[in-house]
Design a protein around this ligand. Structure first.
Ligand code: FE2
Length: 508
């Protein structure tokens, strides 16, 4: 049976990493690079007790078509060691970087030991990459004393520096969680810095956009410091797209744009092979256990959702469509999968990493009630299904990690949405943006008093969340960037909150 081009390429990436792909091996060239091919750095991701994904992309000229690479497969050696000096190399192999996948490399390094640091690097054409540090997840039955997690979202290149990543890299967290808007497909306003690429539509456009973003030294440092887990949001594709819908685009036209965007997303991030896009779809949702301490569930609230309700958004007056029971944020398949992931967890803390604001928030600055149609307030029936499930099944210590709104928020998630006295089911920590502009603080100051479940709402600062998860307590620092115009800006802790084991909501 003849393989389609797509399935052959997809299979090639998977097999190459396993190190036994003969057809490519016989064609692969030993390249000679005039300049450094590792301009986009190295990265690791999706750690398991015995495995981690290692990533790089060969691009000696990252802003040129094809990254300045020949249109032929290229051999890349990879090594992972137990020490920074690579005296104890634990695993190594050869991968094949192919032009069909922008000469990116995704290695699933296996046979590692749980809960420890590793260092990795790549070599091609006699040139060595920078060294990255990664860390495997603890053993399934281990209870680590602490897990350190950083949470990031929304990194508009033109609207600010990546000083937040400089600070995050210096923290050396066990894991960095990114909940979306890793790139922006459009152009920026109120710019701090600029690039001259036009709006991304084609595969080459999206590749260029990732190359521009990933040329930033602070972002590369954060990738080289810790393993990442990511889920894309809308701007990796197009603003506020919902499932197969984007504005009034012809479905077929939008489908091809989204297919290009998903491919570039895979090519530029340390994603497992099962996230290879196929037929215009890309798996994003998954779960990782960190011993018996943390179960982290990453959700995709973008690809399977119903279109936004009540035309005229983004901030809408509730209409009949908004509250319709059949509307979905995750899609039926993912919703069922999530129930299994929640009940199957044995961990003390259940972290849900996902894109948009989850808790009930009325963002109206006048006398009406208004909801942001693109976040969970635009999908109240879907939110109620998840809240009811968390409550009925007594899921342990649910903490929702969100982004998207370019503001820090800390929220109680109540049993009944909009009723702050109805009991607390979960805590939500919303990270501000790494660099994207926030909406005016004065609007937040007006609507916050109307929402007793919201403890802080700060849209006037960029930054990230720094979590320390211990068996008895989760501590969250809201880390703020002092000066978004400076690459080397210091950061400070804007506020800090704690959640105690068995007591949903923040410690007061
Ligand atoms: Fe954003």
């Amino acid at each position: 049976m003849p393989l389609s081009r797509r399935s052959l390429v997809g299979a090639g990436v998977g097999l190459a990493a396993a190190g036994w792909l003969k057809p490519f091996a016989s064609r692969a060239a030993e390249p000679r690079f005039a300049t450094d091919p590792f301009t986009l750095g190295v990265a690791s991701g999706f750690p398991e007790p015995n495995a981690v994904v290692l990533w790089t992309r060969l691009a000696p000229e990252p802003f040129a078509p094809g990254g300045g690479m020949p249109s032929a497969p290229v051999e890349v050696r990879w090594e992972i060691a137990g020490d920074e000096g690579f005296k104890q190399i634990e695993r190594n192999g050869t991968a094949y970087a192919t032009p069909e996948w922008a000469h990116s490399v995704h290695v699933e390094a296996t046979g590692l030991s749980p809960g420890r640091d590793y260092w990795y690097r790549f070599t091609s054409g006699g040139v060595r990459s920078p060294v990255g540090r990664t860390r495997t997840a603890p053993a399934r039955d281990a209870t680590p004393a602490e897990l350190k997690i950083a949470v990031a979202s929304c990194q508009h290149y033109e609207q600010g520096t990546y000083a937040a990543y400089r600070s995050m890299a210096a923290d050396h967290p066990d894991l960095i969680v990114h909940v979306g808007d890793y790139i922006y497909e459009g152009r920026g306003q109120r710019a701090v810095r600029s690039h001259d690429a036009s709006e991304a539509i084609t595969l080459e456009d999206y590749r260029l956009r990732y190359a521009i973003y990933k040329s930033d030294a602070n972002l590369k440092a954060a990738h080289a410091a810790s393993p990442w887990m990511l889920v894309g949001d809308d701007h990796e594709v197009a603003n506020d797209y919902a499932g197969d819908h984007f504005l009034d685009f012809e479905p077929a036209l939008f489908h091809s744009r989204r297919t290009a965007a998903y491919q570039a997303h895979y090519e530029h991030l340390p994603l497992p092979h099962r996230f290879i896009p196929l037929d215009g779809r890309q798996r994003h949702y998954t779960t990782r256990a960190f011993g018996t301490l943390v179960n982290l569930i990453m959700l995709d609230g973008r690809q399977y959702r119903s279109p936004q309700a009540c035309d005229g958004g983004p901030l809408v007056l509730p209409c009949a469509e908004l509250v319709a029971g059949e509307r979905t944020m995750l899609g039926a398949t993912q919703e069922e999968w999530l129930k299994g992931a929640l009940t199957g967890s044995r961990a003390r803390w259940t972290l849900l990493g996902q894109q948009t604001l989850f808790a009930h928030v009325d963002e109206s600055v006048d006398k009406e009630v208004r909801y942001w149609a693109d976040n969970w307030n635009g999908y109240p029936a879907a939110r109620a299904r998840l809240v009811d499930f968390l409550a009925e099944r007594k899921i342990r210590n649910p903490v929702i990690l969100s982004g998207d709104i370019h503001a820090f928020l800390v929220n109680d998630v109540n049993t009944r949405a909009g009723e702050p006295d109805s009991g607390i089911v979960a805590t939500e920590l919303v990270t501000s943006s790494i660099s994207s502009n926030g909406r005016p603080q004065k609007d937040y100051d007006v609507w916050k008093p109307k929402n007793a479940n919201v403890h802080i709402a700060r849209s006037d600062t960029r930054g990230y969340l720094r979590l320390s998860v211990k068996p008895e307590r989760l501590h969250a620092d809201l880390v703020a960037v002092d000066d978004i115009k400076r690459d080397d800006s210091p950061t400070h802790v804007l506020a800090a909150y704690d959640v105690e084991d068995g007591k949903p909501g923040i410690v007061r």
